[in-house]
Design a protein around this ligand. Structure first.
Ligand code: ACO
Length: 361
């Protein structure tokens, strides 16, 4: 039995391939390096959706349709925002998404793409005692997300966020994508499938790690000694957030893609000194992990530089997993459609190891 389903192949997919030995990520025939900084998020959504929706328009039209979906979602969720605001920001976003129609069409898919981008800034603003800002259907997706958060978005920050959304759009059969496919295999609608993915993404062993990365950096800065702080964590059986991966045995290629984006922002505000400090912590962590776990190659994963990038563009750490969901939702939808098309219910077996009832003669 594979506890954790290690090495089990549970789906054929045309969507993405994670090469954990070579350290490569392929998304529908394109390497990650080809896409990040060159393709906009809406183009990558189109790439992932191609063949899964009959009425999929071209790139420009799709960007417009996503903008219109942001406006539609905002109108739908506006009456309930005040009730969602007291929840933690991730639960508030997820609860807001439960009211979306549960169909399988492109309209349903676009509302799901729009929803995290609309709900996250609106709930953050309400939490700060500010009025939510309505979406602008004509703006680009990442730029509008920042505008809804802060009132304006500089082109460089919008580009950085767009690169982040592209970087995390899909990643093989990770826990949240698998959860999405299991629900889609029952022929439930897209909203039901995406809600399953959202649940799985929340945990710190998956998409919940980048917020704690910031807490770690702050604690190390306060302590003044990265190696001593990290060694103490390991001695207490804690995991170092932003390091390690089930599939990658080498450095996660997304870490370098995001680090390059943060470097481009480094002349801005405190991002440069934060990056230099994070690089020092990264080196210390790799060394501490090398000594503590010599049997395992534990390398930097996507979450370490996610934390720096999302901090630099202006999101608070409690909303980092929301922004991850805003990017990954495109991959989840495409996987859900791919799974539905197989017509095959995912239904593995368990091995019973509990007590056996007395047999009545
Ligand atoms: N810090 C300390 N020890 C670690 C870490 C880490 N970050 N990662 C793995 N290990 C250790 C484990 O404790 C275990 O040690 P042991 O054999 O002495 O018990 C050994 O390495 C193997 O651990 P597994 O859990 O089997 O490794 P797996 O590859 O399944 O874990 C995971 C992957 C869950 C991501 C793990 O590396 C981890 O917990 N990392 C920290 C959290 C994190 O960064 N999550 C984001 C992942 S990326 C993403 O999902 C988008």
């Amino acid at each position: 039995m594979a506890n954790g389903l290690d090495d089990v192949v549970a789906a054929d997919t045309v969507l993405s391939d994670v090469d954990g030995v070579g350290g490569h990520l392929t998304i529908r025939g394109h390497s990650l390096a080809e896409l990040v900084g060159r393709w906009r998020y809406a183009q990558v959504v189109r790439l992932l959706f191609d063949g899964f929706f009959d009425d999929l328009p071209g790139d420009g039209e799709l960007e417009k349709a996503i903008g219109e979906a942001r406006v539609e979602v905002f109108e739908r969720v506006k009456p309930m925002l005040a009730q969602l605001a007291p929840l933690d920001i991730y639960s508030g976003m997820r609860a807001g998404m439960t009211v979306l129609p549960d169909g399988d069409g492109l309209d349903d898919a676009l509302r799901l793409i729009a929803a995290p981008a609309v709900l996250t800034p609106a709930l953050l603003r309400l939490g700060r005692g500010e009025t939510p800002i309505a979406p602008d259907a004509k703006a680009d997706h990442a730029g509008d997300m920042l505008r809804m958060l802060a009132g304006s978005a500089s082109p460089s920050l919008a580009r950085a966020l767009d690169s982040y959304l592209v970087t995390v759009c899909d990643h093989g059969l990770n826990a949240s994508t698998f959860a999405t496919r299991v629900v889609a295999s029952t022929q439930a609608g897209l909203t039901s499938a995406i809600l399953a993915g959202l649940g799985a993404l929340k945990g710190p062993l998956h998409g919940g790690a980048p917020g704690p990365v910031i807490e770690m950096l702050d604690a190390i800065e306060a302590s003044g000694d990265a190696t001593a702080w990290l060694s103490n964590e390991i001695a207490h059986g804690e995991r170092i957030m932003g390091f390690g991966h089930r599939i990658y045995r080498v450095r996660d290629p997304r870490a370098d893609a995001l680090k390059a984006v943060v470097r481009q922002l480094a002349s801005r505000n405190e991002t440069g000194s934060r990056l230099a400090f994070a690089e020092t912590v990264e080196q210390a962590a790799l060394e501490v992990l090398r000594i503590a776990k010599p049997q395992r190659s534990i390398q930097t994963n996507v979450e370490f530089y996610t934390a720096l990038l999302l901090e630099a563009v202006g999101f608070p750490k409690e909303a980092f997993s929301n922004v991850f969901a805003a990017g990954r939702v495109a991959g989840w939808i495409a996987h859900a459609r791919e799974q539905q098309a197989t017509g095959r219910l995912i239904r593995p077996q368990s091995r019973y190891v509990g007590p056996v009832p007395d047999l009545v003669a």
